[in-house]
Design a protein around this ligand. Structure first.
Ligand SMILES: Cc1cc2nc3c(=O)[nH]c(=O)nc-3n(C[C@H](O)[C@H](O)[C@H](O)COP(=O)(O)OP(=O)(O)OC[C@H]3O[C@@H](n4cnc5c(N)ncnc54)[C@H](O)[C@@H]3O)c2cc1C
Length: 356
C-alpha cells in the first residue's frame, strides 16, 4: 500500500462504469476493479463487464435505437477490445449487451478511469482510510468506495440449462420477453414466488401460453399475486414438478429451446412441455460476500441505503449503486442512474472532509 486513493469503484456493470464516468469527470481519478476472469466468476455469472455481457440485444437502454451501429462501434471502441462483440453480421438491430458495456468502459477510460482486472476479496471498513484487499494485486487504501458488484440470478445448475442460456433460457422476463423467439409461443417459468408470478404475467403479453412450474401444490406468492396468476387465462400451473432437462437444438442458435422435460415429484413420471423459452424466477443473490458483513444489508442480503434517494451506506465514505442495492428494479438504466448518484455522493463526501 502506498498512496491513498480518492475513490475506488468495485464492479464493472452499468452502475460501476457510470460511477466511473462521473467520478473521473469530477477529477477524482477513480480506480475501478472490474472483477477477475476466473472460471468461478464465469459459472456464477460474475464475469467482468456485468450481467449485460451475458445477453444479446438490449432494446430498452435509452439512446440506443435499433440501427446500423457497426461503423459507430468500430470508431468508438479500441480495436483491441472489439473481440468481445458477438458475431452480428449487420448491426441493423439493437445494440448488444457486450457492445453497450464496451461503450461504457471506453467512455470511463477516456476520462482517465484506471481499471484493474481483479476481484476485491475482503475489506476493512473499521476506520479511515478504508482498505480493500484484492485477489492478485495486494491491498489498496481509499477515502471512498462505491460498491457496484451487482447481483447474480440464481439458476438451477443443469448442464442443459447452461447450454441454452441466451438461446431460450433467461432469468429476466422484462429484458428478454419481447424477443421474437418468445412471441406467440408457449413458455415455461420456474418458480412460485411473487417474482415468478410477475414474470409469468409479464410474459403473457407476448406468449401464447405460460406454464408456471411449481415444486409444491401451491404458489408461495402473496394472495394478491396468486389471484393474478389464477385469473390469467394464459397461465397454467404445473404442480409438484421440477425441470429434468431443457430440450432443443444447440447447433443452430436460431432454434434454441424447443421444450422442457419435467419430472412430477409425486409420481416420478416425466413429460415434455413444448416451449421456446424457460425463464428462471428463483431469486437473485447480491454479490456482497467480500464485504464480510461490514456494511449493513437488508434481510435478503441487499446493501441497505441509509437515506431514501441517497446511496449512503452504514459506513461513512462507502456508497452502493446498481443491483447490489436494488432487489426491485434491476435494470441497466436504473443501475447507471444510481452509479451516477454514488459518484456525486462520493464527491460531496470528499469535499465535506476537505479532500477535494
Ligand atoms: C441475461 C440478462 C439479460 C438482461 N437484459 C437486460 C436488458 O435488456 N435491459 C436491462 O435494462 N437490463 C437487463 N438485465 C439486467 C441488467 O443486466 C442489470 O440490471 C445490470 O447489469 C445491473 O448492473 P450493475 O452495474 O448493478 O451490476 P452487474 O451488471 O451485475 O455487474 C457487476 C459486476 O461487478 C463485478 N464484480 C462482482 N463482484 C466483484 C468483486 N468482489 N470484485 C470486483 N468485481 C466484482 C462482476 O464482474 C460483475 O459482473 C439483464 C440481465 C441478465 C442476467
Amino acid at each position: 500500500m502506498s498512496n491513498i486513493e480518492n475513490c475506488i469503484i468495485i464492479g464493472s456493470g452499468p452502475a460501476g462504469w457510470s460511477a466511473a464516468i462521473y467520478a473521473a469527470r469530477a477529477n477524482l481519478r477513480p480506480l475501478l476493479f472490474e472483477g477477475a476472469m476466473t472460471e468461478e466468476n464465469r459459472v456464477m455469472g460474475r464475469f467482468p463487464m456485468g450481467q449485460l455481457a451475458q445477453t444479446t440485444e438490449v432494446e430498452n437502454y435509452a439512446g440506443f435505437p435499433s440501427g446500423k451501429l457497426k461503423e459507430f462501434l468500430s470508431s468508438a471502441i479500441d480495436p483491441s477490445r472489439q473481440y468481445m462483440f458477438p458475431p452480428v453480421e449487420e448491426h441493423a438491430h439493437a445494440v448488444t449487451g457486450p457492445e453497450l458495456m464496451e461503450l461504457m468502459r471506453q467512455q470511463a477510460t477516456n476520462f482517465g478511469t484506471r481499471v484493474i482486472t481483479d476481484d476485491v476479496v475482503s475489506v476493512d471498513f473499521s476506520k479511515q482510510p478504508l482498505v480493500l484487499n484484492t485477489s492478485e494485486n495486494g491491498s489498496y487504501e481509499t477515502r471512498t468506495v462505491i460498491i457496484a458488484t451487482g447481483a447474480s440470478a440464481n439458476y438451477l445448475g443443469l448442464p442443459s440449462e447452461e447450454k441454452f442460456r441466451n438461446r431460450g433460457v433467461s432469468a429476466c422476463a422484462v429484458c428478454d420477453g419481447a424477443l421474437p423467439r418468445f412471441r406467440n409461443k408457449s413458455l415455461v417459468v420456474v418458480g412460485g414466488g411473487d417474482s415468478a408470478v410477475e414474470e409469468a404475467s409479464y410474459l403473457t403479453k407476448y406468449a401464447s401460453k405460460v406454464y408456471l412450474l411449481l415444486r409444491r401444490g401451491e404458489m408461495r406468492a402473496s394472495k394478491i399475486m396468486q389471484e393474478r396468476a389464477l385469473s390469467n387465462p394464459k397461465i397454467e400451473l404445473v404442480k409438484f414438478s421440477v425441470v429434468d432437462e431443457v430440450l432443443g437444438d444447440d447447433v443452430d442458435p436460431r432454434v434454441g429451446v424447443t421444450g422442457v422435460r419435467i419430472k412430477n415429484l409425486q409420481t416420478n413420471d416425466t413429460s415434455v412441455l413444448e416451449a421456446t423459452g424457460m425463464f428462471l424466477a428463483i431469486g437473485h443473490t447480491p454479490n456482497t460476500k467480500f464485504l464480510g458483513g461490514q456494511v449493513e444489508t437488508h434481510e435478503n442480503g441487499y446493501v441497505a441505503w441509509k437515506q431514501p434517494y441517497r446511496t449512503i451506506t452504514s459506513v461513512p465514505g462507502v456508497f452502493a449503486a446498481g443491483d447490489v442495492a436494488d432487489d426491485y428494479y434491476r435494470q441497466a438504466i436504473t443501475s447507471s442512474g444510481t452509479g451516477c448518484m454514488a459518484a456525486l455522493d462520493a464527491e460531496r463526501f470528499l469535499a465535506s472532509a476537505g479532500f477535494h
